[in-house]
Design a protein around this ligand. Structure first.
Ligand code: HEC
Length: 227
């Protein structure tokens, strides 16, 4: 009985000691058993920070950051006011358009050739980053992933993907929204870059087409017929 009272008194003293002063105000730093992330190493917005060499807490976007809201941004930029038609949707009057939206891409006028070359280079660069991992650098569907992916990756050199059967606008649409097992890239590739990829895919396809046959000439200077 004696021990019970001792233990009971101890327990009461402990309980009051620990919980009894809850709600009381103090200016002393409270005992922290779990800090609950009360203090963290983060920069308050609009405040300086000596972590960065220029002393600014607010940082500029990393070079190459893709803007969402600009005219040439990524999803959902094409759903904005006045953003419809060939350039943004790949379609004209509910039909996929063939050919590039030349005016929007700046491919009209004196600099058209050099602009087209620049667009193709950009397309090659973007294709290598976004598509080659699956479709392969040459577009034949044998990218690195193809060894590990059970699904068959489309070979873009197949006749059914040629521009006479598969309009440029549809290619643009597939890059934007994906198709079947392929995911869409509308949220990561800006509109202009999607068109650059379309142009580059066409260049890849043309690179595999057999050159037009050269007619044999009868007056072969080496004499005699090749046949
Ligand atoms: C993660 C792998 C992967 C990436 C990356 C990828 N694709 Fe695909 N793509 C596929 C697969 C798989 C298919 C076949 C889809 C199907 O038929 O279900 C396909 C199909 C296609 C098709 C044919 C669609 C059709 O109508 O049948 C086109 C065109 C295409 N891809 C273009 C591209 C372009 C351009 C890029 C780069 C922006 C790209 N793909 C990136 C995996 C990928």
């Amino acid at each position: 009985m004696k021990y019970f009272f001792l233990a009971f008194t101890g327990l009461v003293a402990f309980t009051i000691g620990v919980f009894g002063f809850r709600g009381g105000k103090t200016i002393k730093t409270p005992i922290e058993i779990f800090p609950d992330m009360d203090r963290m190493d983060f920069v308050q917005s609009q405040r300086p920070s000596d972590f960065f060499h220029d002393g600014l807490g607010a940082r500029l976007p990393v070079a190459g950051t893709v803007p969402h809201a600009s005219d040439d941004g990524v999803f959902p930029v094409e759903f904005g006011e006045g953003r419809s038609g060939h350039y943004y949707t790949g379609a004209i009057n509910d039909y996929f358009a063939n050919g590039l939206p030349l005016e929007n891409l700046g491919l009209i006028g004196e600099d058209a050739t050099s602009e087209m070359q620049a667009l193709l280079r950009r397309g090659q660069d973007r294709f290598s980053i976004f598509c080659a991992i699956c479709h392969g650098e040459s577009g034949d569907g044998t990218g690195t992933i193809s060894d590990y992916m059970a699904a068959k990756i489309a070979n873009l050199h197949e006749v059914r993907f040629g521009s006479d059967q598969y309009p440029d606008g549809k290619l643009y649409h597939v890059i934007t929204y994906g198709q079947g097992l392929m995911g869409g890239y509308g949220a990561s590739i800006p509109v202009r870059d999607r068109w650059a990829i379309v142009a580059y895919v066409r260049a890849l396809q043309d690179s595999r087409k057999a050159p037009a046959p050269v007619p044999l000439e009868n007056d072969n200077p080496a004499g005699g017929s090749i046949n």
